[in-house]
Write a protein of this length. Structure first.
Length: 209
């Protein structure tokens, strides 16, 4: 997260840590991570965002109020699950009240335009038997805007640096090019999790080494 701090892209941050869950499993997480369960319930997006922001249930808050979460669970040394999410602020009008502060800086100009519609984006991976289902619930998938059945297949789990690059490149483009040289682009060697049937539909392919 150092690159975000150095590039003035973190208005608040929390440390991630690793904890032992069972004798064979460990988790890379952050304090109040369990608050993510609120995002799975049938509440308005603004209510969900307020809970997450109020409980500081994130590892980074971006200058426009966007919240970044990342969690990885390992079983026997292998990746078992991950959840990577960004929750944009539903209150962008607050930032538009001070255009001389924000719009004069191209880092912010990408995210405060009035025609922007904020919605959450989540990359999930779950290799547990009985959870994933061919074509319906890919092991690795992309979910958009809290749609219950939106699970776009992804070719493999997503590493933290790839996720941060995805966010910056696509939603904070000016900021991405400002701090691109400082991004630690480490592509982990996760195995492909996509089934042949899932390759036959529109999907997302992650970078490979």
């Amino acid at each position: 997260m150092g690159c975000l701090v150095e590039s003035s892209l973190a208005s608040d941050q929390k440390y991630v840590f690793e904890r032992q869950v069972t004798a064979t499993s460990s988790e890379v997480t952050f304090n109040n991570a369990d608050q993510f369960l609120i995002a799975l319930k049938n509440h308005s997006y603004s209510y969900i965002y307020d809970i997450l922001a109020g409980e500081r249930a994130y590892i980074v808050m971006l200058p426009d109020g966007g919240l970044i979460q990342m969690q990885y669970l390992f079983e026997g040394g292998d990746l078992d699950r991950h959840r990577l999410a960004i929750f944009p602020s539903p209150y962008l009008e607050e930032f538009q009240n001070n255009p001389e502060i924000y719009l004069d800086d191209d880092v912010f100009a990408d995210v405060v335009a009035k025609n922007i519609v904020p919605f959450p984006i989540r990359f999930d991976f779950d290799s547990r038997k009985g959870v994933w289902k061919e074509l319906e619930h890919a092991q690795s998938h992309l979910s958009l805007a809290q749609y219950q059945n939106c699970r776009i297949p992804v070719s493999s789990p997503v590493g933290p640096s790839s996720f941060i690059e995805f966010i910056l490149r696509n939603f904070y483009n000016s900021a991405f090019y400002r701090c691109a040289d400082g991004l630690p682009m480490v592509i982990p060697s996760f195995n492909d999790s996509m089934l042949p049937s899932e390759e036959g539909v529109l999907h997302v392919r992650t970078p490979s080494q």
